[in-house]
Design a protein around this ligand. Structure first.
Ligand code: GLY
Length: 329
């Protein structure tokens, strides 16, 4: 059943833009045009805090907004204690660590890799795909061969801790994603998605993950799919997603949030409206977590999730802070 109170702010703005049926429109609340101090960096989960700090350092040292988002997400990619991104990520059911990543810049250019093995920093391979090939997405063995040609080092990403967790899982081998389960014991969950707006108002984003722990071999989530796990439009802003990628893929979530913002919603309203889209369209919404974060070109930020437990980090006005997202349930 629709929770009308939670639905109201998103519905109001969407109704103004003619984006939802008349029956679901509510009062005409004014659409926020507020902005925040630039630059601003926003990223998913607690691992967003050190990622934001690394990205801000790049901007302060005169690096581009694209350099900032890439270097920001390289922090959790290289941290073996984060079991949902890069080195130390939990493997698939066959014990292979396969990674997905994407990056998108202010010029609308984008690059991705999916199901790539043995490379600690898939986001940097995604950037190479974007800058040095005519393509947007390389997968599996082809992505690895490309990375090696580009000089990336082949490494074993399955750490002893991740291997131990996989062997424990194998005892029952029950294939059932559980909401926020990666939160325990380290409170590090899922994808790192990081968005930045520099002081000129240029926007970029990056997103990288080892995907669902113990997934089926070959499973690819939303993170490397431009428009699903990440979308940037330099006229509007940027969005990234975390959680159960299948729900984000089925609703093309990040593109949807950007389009809601283009039509007048604030980042917060737009994230809420995209979560509502999942609630209306996908009956499996009750079983899974999805979270969106968004920033507009003015530096206004927002975040919202299906289930409680999602947090995101915002670095703005000299402060790098973690915020608990509001949720539909
Ligand atoms: N959101 C990450 C994934 O589903 O793979």
């Amino acid at each position: 059943m629709i929770n009308r109170r939670k639905f109201i702010s998103a519905a109001a703005a969407a109704g103004m833009a003619g984006l939802i049926p008349k029956s679901l429109r509510s009062v005409n609340l004014p659409v926020s045009r507020a902005g925040g101090e630039l630059p601003v960096i926003i990223s998913t989960w607690k691992h967003g805090l050190p990622s934001n700090a690394a990205a801000m350092k790049v901007l302060k040292e005169g690096g581009s907004v694209l350099d900032a988002v890439e270097h920001g997400v390289r922090v959790p990619e290289g941290d073996p204690d984060i079991h949902s991104v890069g080195l130390g990520g939990y493997p698939d059911r066959d014990g292979r660590v396969t990674l997905d990543a994407s990056i998108m810049g202010p010029d609308g250019n984008a690059g991705s890799v999916a199901c790539i093995e043995h490379i600690v920093h898939p986001v940097s391979v995604a950037r190479k795909v974007m800058e040095d090939t005519p393509h947007e997405l390389l997968v599996g063995k082809g992505a690895l061969l490309f990375a090696l040609e580009q000089g990336f080092k082949q490494e074993n990403l399955l750490t002893p801790a991740a291997e131990k967790a996989w062997k424990k899982w194998l005892v029952k081998a029950k294939y059932e994603p559980v909401i926020n389960w990666e939160n325990e014991p380290n409170k590090y969950h899922d994808t790192i998605g990081l968005l930045a707006v520099d002081k000129k108002g240029d926007v970029a984003g990056a997103c990288t993950t080892s995907g669902m722990a113990f997934k089926m071999s070959g499973r690819v989530g939303d993170s490397p799919i431009i428009g699903a796990g990440l979308f940037v439009d330099n006229e509007v802003g940027a969005v990234t997603a975390t959680g159960m990628g299948e729900l984000v893929l089925k609703t093309l979530g990040s593109f949807l949030v950007v389009e809601f913002m283009r039509n007048g919603m604030s980042p917060q309203q737009a994230c809420e409206a995209a979560v509502m889209r999942i609630v209306h369209k996908l009956p499996e919404n009750k079983k899974f977590q999805v979270g969106y974060i968004a920033v507009n070109k003015n530096g206004e930020t927002g975040g919202y999730s299906l289930q409680p437990g999602f947090d995101y980090a915002v670095y703005q006005d000299g402060e790098n802070k973690l915020t608990d997202a509001k949720s539909y349930y």
